[in-house]
Ligand binder design. Structure first.
Ligand SMILES: *Cc1c(COP(=O)(O)O)cnc(C)c1O
Length: 433
């Protein structure tokens, strides 16, 4: 199986986190997001332990909560001692409602509004990750007005192509995120940040991209090299050395059997050893290191269940299996052409004899969950499972075609409970006047 939380039980049904998925579909209705809470917690511990073992005290992971943001996720992160990334007032509000200790939060975004800045300060967000000079001035002015000193990091772009999808590559010089070292704008914002008394500059941030496999390890090592060299230069010029370097997120996960497995502790160890050697060569101290995994914390903890509506055969062309969800609950194929593993939950061991496209119910030809797969020929009412949907599925869901968003059901220690209720038809018209 793709992941060891997926199996088949004695009834011949697909299981997830040890529970019968067809029974979960019957109990909670479909479409349904399942989240394996034990896996989420194990993934957090993997990062925490690897980072403190390799980088030492003061280095830790932040969960990039845009991957899956709802109250219970922040409760898990609080309990696991994780810090978090937030990218909007909505995520901040959700974390606050979950009683997350906000001093452990980092506020990202390339276009924070005046409201966002002020709301984040009201909520005690610990750190702002500043994207550009205009924002630096705006955050400084608001901190000054409040008589506080706001901790910040500066988002810089190292000018690296992580060789992932264009839409999720963020570390290139011409990125919409951050300021480039190459153009001199990074130095300019460091100089300015150091002049502003209401801001405390802690260090630098970069995020090179997402779903990075980096089998030869160069992307993170190159980014670290560029940042250490830049840190040494800034120290020589302005006497400022960063207490922390945030290397961002981005480790890839296995969506299909063809994807490689990323050895996260091994990668972290390699990065740490490399950075220590570079720091020694540059004669600078080793800063604390932060990393911001999103996908690799939650993706393999997720599975989506659907009910089959029709099987349409277009003789001589192709077959369509239509389900009761689609791009509204999972837009990733439509956005990125993302690959997924699709299984029959009803009959996972039957021969996959029907070549087909798994398509959604929206009025868009592009509403495809996954093309060119094979399934045991399903009947109306069969349950289909799409694996590895824990990241960027619920969080990217929409109400297109006025389709209610599915519920999120957590699986923990062999029990299931609802973390996010299914939207009702009434919910859909709640704000219509
Ligand atoms: C999206 C994002 C992440 C998380 O990326 P993953 O690929 O989900 O690990 C981390 N940091 C920043 C700034 C991001 O925008």
């Amino acid at each position: 199986m793709l992941c060891n939380n997926i199996g088949v039980n004695s009834a011949g049904h697909l299981t997830f986190a040890g529970l019968d998925t067809t029974a979960l579909a019957a109990k909670h209705q479909t479409p349904l997001y399942l989240m394996d809470e034990d896996r989420i917690r194990a993934n957090c511990r993997l990062y925490k332990e690897a980072m403190s073992a390799s980088f030492g005290e003061g280095s830790y992971p932040l969960y990039a909560s845009k991957a899956a943001s709802f109250k219970h996720m922040y409760e898990i992160m609080a309990e696991e001692g994780m810090s978090i990334d937030l990218v909007s007032s909505g995520e901040i509000c959700t974390a606050v409602k979950a009683h997350f200790p906000m001093e452990r939060s980092f506020f990202h975004g390339n276009s924070k509004t005046d409201f966002d800045i002020s709301y984040a300060m009201d909520c005690g967000v610990g750190h702002f990750v500043i994207d550009n000079l205009t924002e630096l001035e705006a955050v400084s002015a608001e901190a000054q007005r409040r008589g506080i000193c706001q901790k910040i990091l500066l988002r810089l772009t190292p000018g690296i192509d992580p060789h992932t999808y264009e839409a999720v590559a963020t570390g290139k010089v011409d990125s919409k995120f951050g300021l480039a070292i190459e153009t001199g704008q990074a130095e300019e914002i460091v100089r300015r940040a150091l002049e502003l008394p209401a801001l405390e500059l802690l260090g630098y941030h970069c995020h090179v991209g997402s779903q990075v496999f980096d089998e030869d390890g160069t992307v993170y090592l190159d980014a670290a090299d560029i940042f250490l060299r830049f840190s040494a230069e800034m120290q020589a010029r302005y006497g400022f050395f960063p207490a922390v370097l945030n290397l961002g997120g981005g480790f890839g996960v296995r969506y299909t059997e063809d994807d490689p497995h990323v050895d996260i502790p091994g990668n972290i160890r390699t990065i740490a050893n490399h950075m220590r050697a570079r720091c020694a060569a540059l004669n600078i101290p080793m800063p604390a290191v932060l990393m911001e995994p999103g996908r690799s914390i939650v993706a393999d903890a997720g599975m989506t269940l659907y009910t089959v509506g029709t099987v349409k055969e277009v003789p001589g062309y192709k077959n369509y299996v239509s389900i009761d969800g689609g791009m509204t609950d999972n837009p990733r194929y439509a956005l990125y052409g993302s690959r997924y593993t699709v299984l029959s939950a009803t009959a996972p061991l039957s021969e996959a004899d029907l070549p087909c496209d798994l398509v959604g119910r929206c009025c868009e030809s592009g509403d495809i969950i996954q093309p060119a797969i094979a399934l045991p020929k399903p009947q109306r009412g069969d349950i289909i499972a799409v694996c590895t949907t824990g990241a960027y599925n619920y969080s990217m869901a929409s109400n297109y075609n006025r389709i209610p968003r599915p519920s999120v059901v957590m699986l923990r220690g062999g029990e299931d409970f609802v973390a996010v209720r299914r939207e009702s038809l009434e919910d859909l018209v709640r704000n219509d006047l």
